[in-house]
Structure formats: C-alpha cells, structure tokens
Design a protein. Sequence first.
Length: 105
Amino acid sequence: MISWRQLAVAALVILGVLAGCRTVESPHTMNAQIERLEAQVAVLSNTVDRISTSVQTLEHHLIGIEQFNKMVDEIRYAPIVDEQLLTVPEKATNSAPNDRINHPK
C-alpha cells in the first residue's frame, strides 16, 4: 500500500518534470529547480511526519478516553451494596460477611 508520503513525493516529482518540460532551460536552472523541489519534498515530508505523530497522539488519547468511559460505566452500573453487609461483625464466624448477601437467613 502506498503511503501518503510516497504519494506526495511522486506528485511533486511529476509536477517538477511537467514544469521542466514546458520550457527549454539550462542545466543550471534545472538543477536549481530540482534543489527547490527536493527542499519542498523535505518540508512536505516533515509536515507528514508531524501529522502522523499528531494522529498517533490522538489515537493514544482516544484509547485513554475509551478506557475512562468504560470505567465510568462500570462504576455507574455497579450494584449498590449495603455498607453493613460489607463490615466484618465483632464476633467473626467461619462465614464471610458477604455470605449474608448470597444466603439470607
């Protein structure tokens, strides 16, 4: 699959070739144009790199937001438990405090 960077470089090269075909120019002028095009390609490449980094950062933040939303949903829909059922009685028995939740007397 062709990346955006490769596509941009190919487009600039094609534009450069087409621009060079319009007029007959000296090799020196053509070399200067090639150098300018190479500089533009470098700038475009740096821009693509920055955009790619920004996209990766946004994806990372999105994952964090999704995890946060999942945690909020888990808290929102968690069962409500009576605080008295969570405390250990003073005279502890062999049964766990939450046994009263599952096996009421």
